[in-house]
Design a protein around this ligand. Structure first.
Ligand SMILES: C[S@@+](CC[C@H](N)C(=O)[O-])C[C@H]1O[C@@H](n2cnc3c(N)ncnc32)[C@H](O)[C@@H]1O
Length: 588
């Protein structure tokens, strides 16, 4: 049965029915003496409503959509597991703080597990959950009357407005445990839902406008709440234990070299979020000790087997995914001499992506497409970058510009059929939401430049868990394009591309990439990561014999030329970082 939209157990219903004649004051003091909760009823009308509901046995109320509250209630098994894990690590809290307590399972597990608890503070924005927590605590004490009785406050409050400082000051000499599972929702998701369930200072990392556009300003509400609580209780002795997305624990550690949160002994226990919450996301229990010298790494374990997976974090001011592996390949951490590029972005795949079936183009709406061949190029996606050498493709795309921002009106005169096709489908271009298209020519694309038209490319998929590089050759006598999930460098000659691919796929290079690549990130390979590969250092560890084994027909002169181009002096002289292009211009 539900009262105030909250589940209520038969024993709690019995309790209320048996005490129906009491006043609200008598009820409150009776309940405080049973289970420690202060001001169970805030007004007499709440008591009246409860009694009416219980006696009318009101029907079940359907739960509303709570997407904006990142509502994933922790099951009791998992909250118990977390508390036992803490207890096994000698955590014995006196003060429990659950800042978004939901239906109260963490509070119940704490009551069950810890013997020295003196105060419990729970905060929750959703009133039915506040009731459910109170009913569940009352139920717990009705069934186990001899249990130790802390003072319990369950506040119906917005966590962003709640003054946790008062609690930290009141209990400054006591052992604190901040525990819970904050909302799993990002600020950008909230803005798409039109929700204001956000802190006032939503740009709490002080990102600039561009970062906000590129997504760096996007953050998880759970991250904001974690950081707020860690900071508020930074001078309290105790522990912090939150269920969060893995990206949240990583982000907190990423900021650690700047902000230096006073947390140490930081551990991450990975959970199976599909089993625990029926969501496909990498999530964990983030655990640390408060009021300590800032720790700079996280030890990651499996919560079920307790097996250590890896240690990640800061080493010599560098952020790395696997400290052990990194220490073996640290000398490869530097600066890549060419600029890694992301492939083409158009956000109009229904119209801009084509398939060629028996010489006829079809778009993603399965319509036949009659256009000139001139602006049509082969297109490779992350899923196509599987082999060592790629020289054919499943898809094609229309390349409307040679450079970002170039006017697209020229298509009308030079390629009338292509223009007619694009114009007929103009609504697909007009409805592109991203702000990058605002004020740009109507058929604009992004991720396009001279580099896109280089005949040979060394490329890698950004969205896949593989770290090997492919050589991309021209397809049907034209340079192949990659989509914006891929990264690449373009070359004028095949041999330069082959040598580069060989160097990047060498065991030592691969070990280094794996030591800095975060496998659970949505985009495991990023431009920042690729720009860290020190090609000069790889060359200094490579001899010609090795190359001969990997590249057929390579000549010593090819290798010498390649090295000469990459000497530091050459690199500095070529401020544009595009030495291969320059060389091609001089020799052509
Ligand atoms: C992921 S659930 C976890 C609930 C509970 N901590 C648990 O472990 O079962 C997040 C909870 O945060 C609550 N919540 C969301 N936004 C809130 C806010 N601004 N203030 C307080 N609670 C909030 C939701 O209603 C939901 O109960």
């Amino acid at each position: 049965m539900k009262v105030f939209e909250a589940n209520i157990t038969p024993s709690v219903i019995d309790f209320f029915e048996n005490s129906i004649s009491l006043s609200v004051e008598d009820f409150n003091s009776e309940i405080e003496s049973i289970c420690g909760i202060n001001f169970f009823f805030e007004t007499p009308s709440e008591l009246k409503e409860l009694i009416d509901t219980v006696s009318n046995e009101r029907a079940v109320v359907n739960e509303p959509d709570r997407a904006e509250y990142g509502d994933f209630q922790t099951n009791r098994n998992l909250s118990d597991k977390v508390c036992h894990l803490l207890k096994n690590q000698n955590t014995a809290p006196e003060i429990i703080i659950e800042p978004t307590c939901g239906k109260g399972n963490f509070i119940l597990s704490c009551l069950h597990t810890f013997d020295d608890v003196k105060f419990i503070y729970g905060v929750e924005i959703y009133k039915p959950y506040v009731w459910e927590t109170k009913f569940a605590i009352l139920d717990y004490y009705l069934k186990s009357k001899n249990s130790h009785l802390p003072e319990i406050h369950i506040y119906h409050y917005n966590v962003f407005d709640f003054d946790f400082k008062k609690i930290s000051e009141k209990h400054k000499d006591q052992k604190i445990l901040v525990i819970g599972n904050p909302p799993w929702v990002t600020n950008s998701k909230l803005s798409s839902l039109g929700s204001d369930n956000l802190p006032v200072k939503s740009n709490f990392k002080n990102h600039n406008g561009l970062d906000a556009i590129t997504g760096k300003g996007n953050f998880d509400i759970g991250e904001y709440i974690s950081v707020k609580l860690i900071s508020t209780f930074s001078k309290s002795d105790g522990n912090f234990a939150f269920l969060v997305k893995n990206s949240v624990s990583k982000n907190i550690l990423l900021e650690q070299n700047k902000i230096k949160y006073r947390i140490s002994n930081i551990k991450q226990f990975d959970i199976d979020a599909k089993i625990e919450f029926n969501v496909s996301v990498n999530a964990c229990l983030l655990l640390c000790a408060l009021n300590k010298r800032p720790g700079m790494s996280i030890s990651e374990y499996n919560i079920y087997t307790k097996r250590l997976i890896r240690e990640y974090g800061w080493v010599n001011n560098k952020f790395v995914a696997n400290i052990d592996l990194y220490l073996k390949s640290e000398d490869l951490d530097g600066e890549f001499p060419f600029v890694w590029r992301q492939g083409v972005k158009h956000d109009a795949s229904k119209i801009m992506e084509l398939e060629n079936i028996n010489g006829q183009y079809f778009n993603n709406n399965k319509e036949t497409v009659e256009i000139e061949k001139d602006l049509v190029f082969a297109l490779l996606k992350s899923s196509d970058l599987k082999g060592a050498v790629i020289d054919n493709s499943r898809k094609y795309t229309i390349i409307t510009q040679k450079k970002v921002g170039q006017e697209t009106k020229y298509i009308r005169e030079l390629y009338p059929k292509t223009y007619y096709y694009l114009f007929n489908n103009i609504e697909y271009f007009n409805k592109r939401k991203s702000s990058i298209y605002k004020g740009k020519p109507v058929f604009s694309i992004f991720g396009i430049g001279d580099y896109s038209f280089k005949p040979y490319k060394v490329a890698i998929a950004g969205m896949y868990k593989t770290t090997t590089f492919s050589l991309v050759k021209p397809i049907i006598n034209k340079p192949a394009m990659l989509d914006d999930t891929c990264y690449f460098i373009g070359f004028d000659t095949l041999i330069e591309a082959e040598i580069t691919r060989f160097l990047l796929n060498k065991e030592g290079t691969q070990e280094f990439i794996q030591s800095i690549a975060f496998k659970d990130a949505k985009r495991m390979i990023t431009k920042d990561l690729l720009m860290r590969i020190n090609l000069h250092e790889i060359i200094s560890h490579t001899n010609f014999d090795e190359l001969q084994l990997g590249i057929a027909d390579i000549k010593i002169k090819d290798w010498e030329n390649y090295k000469a181009k990459l000497t530091k002096k050459e690199f500095e002289r070529n401020q544009q970082l595009n030495i291969f292009t320059e060389h091609a211009l001089h020799t052509s």
